[in-house]
Design a protein around this ligand. Structure first.
Ligand code: ATP
Ligand code: MG
Length: 654
């Protein structure tokens, strides 16, 4: 971005928190002033939410930036904090996980159960020679054993590296090798789209090239036939036979807890390293504050996969540190029918739902009548994470899932930040559809221009974090230089998030997508997000992706790919008419500068495996280049469809 990012979208709707939620909220407006008054004292107070075996001597050591140490000298055990202390407090019978398999089989796991299972896994791993500091790779479907495996590693001080179960053998190999993992925990497979989907063959292929791996623990989930190697051990023959007694030893607050490789949307995966005390403090606090989590009464459901940071922080560590009851679902949202999510909400009386814009837009595409067919009255709070949420998708979520009343918290954060950073507080903030609003108490975020100067209200630029935060990444595994280079070199003394953002007239923050995706049209920097949001604000559009394609006159020109809503007629002339209408709609909403040169109506968009739109590939299509690497795509056939539509089909150019 050579100049400030244009601020084109003007959204004026605003919604106060429901009175009852506000009156009983876990966190009130005072938290902002308190944290601003003494940020470190504020975080020290939040660290008091945890049980420490030894109190820290210093809240933050920032003497060697950007290498931070939080709660210096403190000692604690993460698994003890997530399990033992709840059981000791008499909550052993509380349900920790209502697990729902895709085929409809279920398991109810209490805190006492989860504690026992974790102790067994900790004993089994110890038996296999895993000690504190060793790395363990976890490649599992969404089964309770995934949480158990992570907690067991934490319990014995082993560093886990969870690899999303949809990744290829190559991706798994790279990650195992980079972390030199000693043990891999996997399963025969899991259920996806109505049938067993094998995992073990991928592990076999990977482990053959990973000499560091001594043992592979295999959970039996599908019961399908699997090949067996000398390194393999069944989970049920080892872990489930191990002693249920295990004393959790405390570790240093800066002991490595996990490595998580970023999804690789943009470049070679980076092993993001998180440590113990600061991480657990911030995930515990944010789950309490942002979700207003009431462990005695709420049923919480985060639909993310455990392979992403959202699954780490808001399925495993945040909710369990709070003693929450949650739902965990194995499969896809349309198996066996498109109402599966809503059926689960109704069945378990889910009160807090945390999901991603991609899912919300998919639900919009499927039609309003689907959620309308279920009783969603147990819900009281909705959350979103992963991408900018278009205002219209936000409104749809509030209207069709939230009955037109529930607060929606749009939470901005990253694998690197470890926990939620910018978000409304549900009992405090008057939310605006599409805005993540303000940094949480204790977080100092800003939007700056090219020179690192804070932009005024109404301006756009780069999102930065001005002060260290407890759950910040500590480094990139094995590559301190890349850590400094990637995040701390763009602006002096600030963390560079890589995302574009703007401040509205009230100073509220709107995320505008990745900096790499910003378009330069006739000298104006235009965010893909704003144009996409304008398209989605048209009643016939469910989802849109926008890219800048090289253009002889304007430098870059806007090319849009739009998915029509369920019942829209796009055949023949109707399609041409809709395209013309959409171009005018964008011009009217954002101004003529943002009018797309070309719009294609498509059935699907290329997405990463975490469900994010992959604009890089669409840029290739828009510039008639041969396709780049499609291996991280959720569904690579999508690209053939889109490219074939590009030549003729329903596009419009004038
Ligand atoms: P990679 O870094 O490998 O390309 P990734 O950035 O998609 O992958 P994550 O760490 O899971 O991996 O995602 C964080 C990014 O997701 C943020 O930097 C931002 O671009 C986007 N994001 C997350 N939450 C929000 C949100 N509420 N609003 C806007 N964007 C969001
Ligand atoms: Mg990223």
């Amino acid at each position: 971005m050579s100049e400030a990012l244009a601020n084109l979208l003007n959204e004026t709707r605003q919604f106060p928190p429901p009175a009852e939620l506000a009156a009983n909220a876990n966190v009130t407006v005072d938290a902002y002033a308190e944290a601003a008054g003494d940020r470190l004292a504020f975080w020290a107070e939040q660290a008091g939410r945890l049980a420490w075996a030894k109190q820290w001597d210093q809240v933050l050591d920032w003497s060697n930036p950007p290498f931070a140490k939080w709660f210096v000298g403190g000692r604690l055990n993460v698994a003890y904090n997530c399990l033992d202390r709840h059981v000791e407090a008499g909550l052993g019978d509380r349900v920790a996980i209502h697990w729902e398999g895709e085929p409809g089989d279920t398991r109810t796991i209490t805190y006492a159960d989860l504690h026992r299972m974790t102790c067994q896994a900790a004993n089994a791993l110890t038996e296999l020679g895993v000690t504190a500091g060793d790395r363990v790779a976890i490649y599992l479907p969404m089964v309770p054993e995934a949480a158990v495996a992570m907690l067991a590693c934490a319990r014995i001080g082993a560093t886990h590296s969870v690899v999303f179960g949809g990744f290829s053998a190559d991706a798994l190999t790279n990650r195992i090798q980079d972390a030199t993992a000693k043990v891999v925990i996997t399963a025969d497979g899991g259920y996806r789209r109505g049938k067993p989907s094998a995992l073990k063959p991928t592990v076999d292929e990977a482990v053959a090239n990973c000499p560091s791996v001594e043992h592979v623990l295999v959970v039996r989930r599908t019961g399908e036939e699997v090949a067996w190697t000398a390194k393999d051990l069944w989970w049920h023959q080892t872990v489930e036979q191990a002693s249920t007694e295990h004393a959790a030893e405390p570790f240093d607050a800066e002991h490595p807890l996990f490595i998580l490789y970023t999804s690789g949307t943009t470049a070679r995966p980076k092993g993001i390293l998180h440590t113990t005390g600061g991480y657990l403090t911030q995930v515990s606090y944010t789950a309490h504050a942002v979700f207003d989590l009431k462990p005695e009464t709420d049923v919480y459901w985060c639909t993310a996969d455990i392979g992403w940071v959202t699954g780490h922080s808001y399925i495993v560590y945040g909710p369990l540190a709070n003693g929450a009851t949650q739902v965990m679902y194995e499969g896809t949202p349309d198996t066996p029918h498109k109402g599966r999510f809503w059926e689960i909400v109704d069945k378990y009386q889910v009160s807090i739902l945390y999901t991603a814009p991609t899912l919300i837009r998919t639900m919009m595409k499927w039609g309003d009548d689907i959620p309308a067919g279920f009783d969603l009255s147990s819900l009281r709070l909705l959350g979103s994470v992963g991408e900018p949420i278009n205002p219209e998708a936000w409104m749809w979520y509030r209207q069709h899932v939230g009955g037109g009343e529930l607060p929606v918290v749009d939470t901005w954060w990253q694998t690197e930040t470890g926990a939620i950073m910018i978000s409304p507080l549900p009992g405090v903030t008057e939310t605006k559809p599409g805005s993540a609003m303000t940094p949480l108490p204790g977080i100092v975020a800003d939007v700056v221009d090219d020179q690192g100067q804070s932009v005024p209200n109404g301006g756009g630029g780069y999102l930065v974090l001005r002060e260290p935060w407890p759950s910040m990444l500590r480094t990139i595994w094995g590559d301190d230089n890349r850590f400094v280079e990637t995040y701390w070199s763009r602006f002096e003394g600030m963390y560079f998030a890589g995302d574009g953002a703007k401040k509205d007239d009230d100073g509220h923050i709107w995320l505008l997508g990745r900096v790499d995706d910003v378009m330069l049209v006739s000298g104006h920097n235009i965010s893909t997000t704003e144009v996409e949001s304008a398209l989605v604000s048209h009643p016939s559009v469910a989802e849109a992706a926008v890219v800048g394609a090289t253009d002889p006159t304007t430098g870059q020109a806007i090319v849009a790919f739009a998915i029509p809503r369920g019942t829209t007629d796009t055949a023949g002339e109707a399609g041409e008419k809709l395209i013309a209408e959409l171009r005018n709609h964008v011009a009217k909403t954002l101004g003529p500068i943002a009018k797309p040169r070309q719009i294609l109506l498509v059935a699907e968009l290329p997405k990463t495996r975490s469900g994010k739109i992959m604009r890089r590939l669409l840029r290739d299509v828009a510039e008639n280049r041969s396709l780049g690497d499609v291996t991280t795509l959720q569904d690579s056939s999508v690209m053939e469809l889109i490219s074939s539509g590009m030549g003729g089909g329903k596009s419009d150019e004038d």
